[in-house]
Design a protein around this ligand. Structure first.
Ligand code: NAP
Length: 285
């Protein structure tokens, strides 16, 4: 089936659009919010901590009444539903939902507890299900909408020592891609962002979300603002899978998914390097 794409230019795609971004007080979510605002959208910045979300919204207050803080814990169905429904009712519609909130989970499989599994699935998978489950009926009723879920490169390829994280992100990629085809002829678009090493506090966070400033963000990580600009350009083109940065990760995805020897060796080497790093007691990167 050929999906018919009605491509507008970038500016028109976002101008005056009502958008919700989850995990908007930090990292990629903050950068997406800022870039959406720069492109003329109205943005509801959703996060779980009122203090952090209001502080983030304040930093963007130059955009006036197009910036709104929105408080919800994305692991709580009721809170996600209320936030989305009330926003859509108040604004008169919901043009775009960015299900972006998420946590990392890099560890040796044998050290992960069942609570670690439950927690990462709650934050990274159930949050997206709650968001999509609430937004699709609203978008069907209004006859349009675009849902953008944040997965990861680990939702396309299997980085060793990221089994927990990768499970959640393959889920997000699969959900987004199935629904992209299912709703294509209902005028609801789906995109899935697959970032790799973006410079955000995610690298500094412990299991419980505590930020350890002494842990450094990798120096070669890609800037969050450039990520947001690239992603929104692709969203405006109604692209399905958006790998960022494109190079070298699109190639890594191709090498892995084609079953090539080179791809196999790349992931074997990654496993050896990461195991050695864990055994030294350091970070894997
Ligand atoms: N950075 C990367 O290299 C990278 C690579 C691949 C994929 N990603 C994905 O990109 C997304 C954004 O991550 P990031 O790198 O920007 O990390 P980040 O700076 O740590 O941002 C994560 C955001 O999610 C929020 N969040 C976490 N749990 C939540 C909950 N229960 N309810 C509401 N909000 C919650 C955080 O809020 P608090 O500030 O309150 O914790 C924060 O605003 C995630 O889905 C992540 O998996 C990132």
């Amino acid at each position: 089936m050929e999906i018919k794409v009605n491509i507008m230019d970038n500016a028109a795609y976002f101008k005056d659009k009502v958008c919700i971004v989850t995990g908007a007080n930090s990292g990629i979510g903050y950068a997406l919010s800022e870039e959406l605002l720069n492109r003329g959208a109205t943005v509801y910045m959703l996060g779980r901590s009122r203090e952090k979300v209001e502080e983030a919204a304040k930093k963007l207050s130059r955009h006036g009444d197009r910036v709104h803080p929105l408080i919800a814990d994305v692991t709580k169905q009721q809170q996600v539903e209320t936030a989305i429904r009330e926003t859509a009712a108040g604004a008169g519609r919901l043009d775009m939902l960015f299900n972006n909130a998420g946590i990392g989970g890099t560890m040796q499989f044998e050290t992960a507890t069942i609570d670690d599994w439950k927690n990462i699935i709650d934050v990274n998978v159930w949050s997206v299900i709650y968001g999509v489950h609430t937004a699709v009926p609203i978008m069907l009723k209004q006859g349009f909408g675009h849902i953008v879920n944040t997965s990861s490169i680990a939702g396309l390829v299997p980085p060793p020592f990221q089994a927990l994280y990768s499970l959640t992100k393959f889920g997000v990629t699969g959900l987004s891609e199935c629904l992209r085809y299912e709703y294509a002829e209902k005028n609801i678009r789906f995109s899935v962002i697959c970032p790799a090493n973006i410079a955000t506090p995610i690298f500094q966070k412990g299991k419980d979300g505590t930020v350890y400033n002494e842990i450094k963000i990798p120096e070669d990580a890609y800037p969050a603002d450039k990520t947001a600009r690239y992603v929104l350009d692709q969203v405006a083109q109604q692209k399905g899978v958006i790998v960022v940065p494109e190079h070298p990760f699109t190639e890594q995805w191709r090498l892995y998914s084609s079953g090539s020897k080179e791809g196999e060796e790349q992931f074997m080497q990654m496993a050896r390097d990461r195991r050695a790093a864990f055994e030294r007691g350091g970070n894997y990167y």
